[in-house]
Design a protein around this ligand. Structure first.
Ligand SMILES: Nc1ncnc2c1ncn2[C@@H]1O[C@H](COP(=O)(O)OP(=O)(O)OP(=O)(O)O)[C@@H](O)[C@H]1O
Length: 351
């Protein structure tokens, strides 16, 4: 059943009073924010802040403990994502997602990866029969349309000349772009990207930025991304939402969020001397001045100091997909784990 609700016209996703508990741990606590249509919204925060949990709630991997997630499609249909079975979220609500770890079919060619993403549309066109596959004109048309769409996104991702190569042969940055191209082949209205710049070098990050800006400006897809690389966030986001310990601490345009003392304190939740050291390294005196007005004790004790540190070429660890931007960007200790998920589905943890 299609759940119909009323939300502002330019909002594609409305998150309202979202909470998610894992046993005794409240990973998300009464979180509300909007993703506006045609924008890039970044969800940022120190490690363990709850960003991936929000994605898992949006994409149906977790059913939230409380709250409403309303996806409004351009045609006016609205879906309450927390009530949809997870397999219907991409198909009906048109939400696509990529993961922190690259998940391509590495033995298939680049083109095949994009065609597999359109499997549902092709099967529908075949009428789910072998005769349909072999002879029907609707299948042939759908087949041609799939190849055309795949070629379009391969070109946008600068991968057209690699179409027949195995996906596993691509460079890391090219594989990231292929994942995004594959997601775009499902014609999503909301694209959720979990750390798309993780492990990319500055040149690859710049290529990613070009692709994401193109999606925002030239397609009907809005983007919600989790990202630790602040150079990416600050360059391409229209809107930034900051989480700390599952709660929203800031929400606004990149400039206002960057200068929000609560955000600075959360990211630089370290000893006073270290704060100063990092800020001097970054060279932002304005932030330093603002930080002085934050009451002592407001800083989170286990946050990361990575926010304003620029990426440093050559210091990127790619094996596990994590990027270390600079010494100042070392990840903070995780918030204590170990609680049992209240509503986690069977299968692996979705990271
Ligand atoms: N399935 C789970 N079971 C128990 N606790 C969980 C589960 N998933 C997440 N958590 C906890 O919820 C909190 C938020 O985790 P989450 O992975 O959403 O944070 P994050 O902001 O995405 O972190 P990172 O930036 O490191 O990816 C953490 O304390 C984490 O340990």
């Amino acid at each position: 059943m299609v759940e119909t609700v009323t939300i502002a016209r330019d909002v594609v996703l409305s998150v309202e009073h979202l909470s998610m508990r894992f046993g005794g741990l409240k990973a998300i606590d009464d979180l509300s924010f909007d993703v506006r249509r045609g924008e890039i919204t970044a969800l940022i925060g120190p490690n363990g802040a709850g960003k991936t949990t929000v994605f898992n709630c949006i994409t149906g991997f977790y059913k939230p403990t409380e709250g409403m997630l309303t996806l409004k499609r351009k045609d006016g249909h609205a879906f309450l994502l927390e009530r949809l079975p997870d397999y219907e979220i991409p198909a009906r609500a048109k939400v696509a997602r990529t993961f922190q770890n690259i998940r391509l079919f590495s033995g298939m060619t680049v083109l095949e990866n994009l065609l597999v993403a359109q499997h549902n549309a092709l099967m529908k066109a075949s009428g789910f029969t072998i005769l349909g596959l072999l002879g029907s004109s609707s299948y042939r048309n759908a087949d041609e349309a799939s190849i055309e769409l795949a070629s379009y996104w391969l070109e946008r991702a600068d991968l057209l000349d690699r179409a027949d190569d195995p996906a596993g042969d691509l460079s890391y940055g090219a594989q990231r772009r292929l994942e995004i191209a594959r997601a775009m082949c499902t014609r999503p209205e909301l694209l959720c990207l979990d750390e798309p710049a993780a492990g990319l070098n500055p040149r690859e990050s710049a290529e990613l930025n070009v692709l994401l800006r193109f999606i925002r400006d030239q397609s009907d897809t809005s983007i919600l991304l989790i990202e630790h690389d602040m150079s990416v966030v600050m360059q391409i986001s229209d809107h930034v939402v900051v989480l700390e310990y599952g709660r929203k601490i800031s929400d606004g345009d990149p400039e206002s969020v960057k200068n929000d003392p609560k955000v600075i304190a959360a990211y630089l939740g370290v000893e006073d001397e270290e704060v100063e050291e990092v800020l001097v390294e970054v060279g932002d005196e304005q932030i330093l001045e603002q930080l002085e007005s934050v009451p002592v004790g407001d800083a989170a004790p286990q946050a990361s100091a990575s926010m304003f540190a620029p990426p440093v070429a050559g210091s990127i660890e790619r094996d596990d997909g994590d990027a270390a931007a600079s010494p100042a960007a070392s990840k903070a200790a995780q918030v204590e784990k170990g609680a049992t998920p209240a509503t986690k589905k069977s299968g692996e943890e979705d990271k």
